[in-house]
Design a protein around this ligand. Structure first.
Ligand SMILES: Cc1ncc(COP(=O)(O)O)c(C=O)c1O
Length: 442
């Protein structure tokens, strides 16, 4: 383990992602090591991880089995191509992933990130329709406030305004969006899935009428929208999307980069909600975030149409140098073994009611206008300061960090997604700290 260093490094070269670079570098928050539920900061303070890193370290940090698997793989074989070559660990990782994917989504295309998984899924959807002789089905339907990573495909179907603004002239041309499902007037302080809002899925029928079903390739949604501030799907909403897609021959893609690997107390949100998509994207928790890894799970229908329907030779002209990278594959095998051995998804399901009770205690604290939760994910929405949206949640985030608890914020929404190994006392500590900070925040 690296000893905490006192002097921060030179920070000028690293252009940090999704970061206020000037602000950060003038008052940096540096993490130096991690174990289990905790980070240790550069200056030696322990910080309770309320966000599983970035919604990804589901089994807790630096788990011995995963560390050992990565170390062993690095020493045995650093890299092997998966274009017209192969290595056993990539196949083993895909097989283990497929043990947990829903329905007949058992064909796994490996990527290195969620963004790549999303763009891969969109391309597979296009390739499927073309292979079926319906190459005119090219339009994608995303959703307002959706986050699907930062590739051009992902920001096109995504619905986060600032992620699109600077690039708006160069987004994919054939895209439309469903409305998002958050409505504080109708559903504030819902515990679990709001009773209100299933009818919003019917907006898809409107888009089908507008564009004609024959032009529509796929609908992509996060089952629970994470990055835009934890938007929980209304009861019945996802099933209704599924039914409308089926009726019109449109593929349904679930982006499970956050909801995958136990976040809701089931392997994927698809099983939790009992709704099976045609394509499912994952990343983050796939290998507990130990090495970059993402994947797309495809149904038999899609795989067989593309692979079986090709005349011979390469069936899908798509892939990444690091698809199935040995280190990522080894980490995936070890992480999935760990999830299974410790039954972490079941554990998350058992912990969810404690999490719900604790987060809803924030109702009535200063600035809080909504609390929402499902499984081990939660959001607390704050009223915004006049003329300075986002600054209140940012201040809360910084104060919590100073008090030893890592939370996330987006706009004026605080987001929580702890590792699935969290204990009851740690849940209490997170929300008591937030309550205290809210009382101290203007
Ligand atoms: C639902 C969803 N899709 C895609 C992504 C992009 O993943 P990555 O940052 O690994 O590219 C994210 C990241 O948070 C996500 O939450």
């Amino acid at each position: 383990m690296t000893e905490p260093a006192a002097t921060p490094p030179d920070m000028s070269a690293f252009w940090m992602p999704f970061t206020a670079n000037r602000q950060f570098k003038s008052a940096p928050r540096l993490l130096a090591s991690a174990k289990g539920m905790y980070y240790t900061t550069h200056d030696g303070r322990r910080v309770l991880d309320g966000t599983a890193g970035l919604w990804c370290v589901n089994a807790g940090h630096c788990r011995d089995e995963i560390v050992a698997a990565v170390q062993a793989q690095a020493a045995e074989m650093d890299f092997a191509p998966t274009f017209q070559m192969g290595h056993p660990k990539a196949f083993e990782a895909a097989t283990k992933i497929a043990r947990h994917t829903p329905g007949d989504l058992k064909h796994i295309f490996l990527t290195n990130s969620g963004s790549e998984a999303v763009d891969t899924a969109l391309k597979i959807a296009l390739a499927y329709h073309r292979a079926k002789g319906e190459g005119q089905r090219t339009r994608m339907i995303g959703r307002e406030r959706g986050y699907h990573g930062v590739g051009f495909g992902g920001i096109s179907v995504g619905g986060m305004t600032l992620n699109r603004k600077a690039f708006s002239g160069a987004l994919l041309p054939a895209v439309d969006h469903l409305p998002h499902t958050l409505n504080l007037k109708e559903a504030a302080y819902s515990k679990g899935q709001p009773a209100w809002g299933a009818h919003l899925a019917d907006e898809l029928e409107r888009l089908v009428t507008l564009h004609d079903a024959s032009t529509l390739a796929a609908v992509i949604v996060e089952p629970v929208a994470g990055s835009a501030g934890v938007l929980i799907p209304p009861q019945g909403y996802l099933q209704r999307l599924r039914d409308i897609c089926d009726k019109h021959g449109i593929l349904l893609i679930f982006d499970e980069v956050i909801t995958g690997w136990g976040r809701l107390g089931a392997p994927f949100a698809a099983q939790y909600f009992g709704v099976t998509p045609d394509l499912l994207t994952m990343a983050k928790g796939t290998n507990n975030a130990a090495v970059p890894m993402g994947a797309v799970a495809a149904s038999a229908k899609i795989h067989d149409t593309i692979v079986g329907g090709a005349p011979g030779g390469i069936e899908l002209f798509h892939g990444y140098t690091y698809s199935g990278h040995p280190l990522a594959a080894a980490a995936t095998c070890a992480a999935i073994d760990l999830y299974e051995r410790e039954q972490l998804f079941e554990r998350a399901a058992r912990t969810a009611p404690l999490f719900e009770r604790a987060i809803h205690k924030l109702r009535g604290e200063p600035h809080v206008i909504d609390v929402r939760n499902l499984g081990l994910v939660g959001g607390v929405e704050l009223s915004s300061r006049d003329g300075a949206p986002g600054t209140r949640a940012y201040d809360v985030f910084v104060r919590c960090y100073e008090k030893g608890v890592l939370v996330r914020y987006t706009g004026d929404i605080l987001a929580f997604s702890p590792p699935l190994i969290i204990e009851e006392a740690q849940i209490e500590e997170i929300f008591e700290t937030v309550a205290q900070v809210l009382r101290e925040t203007a």
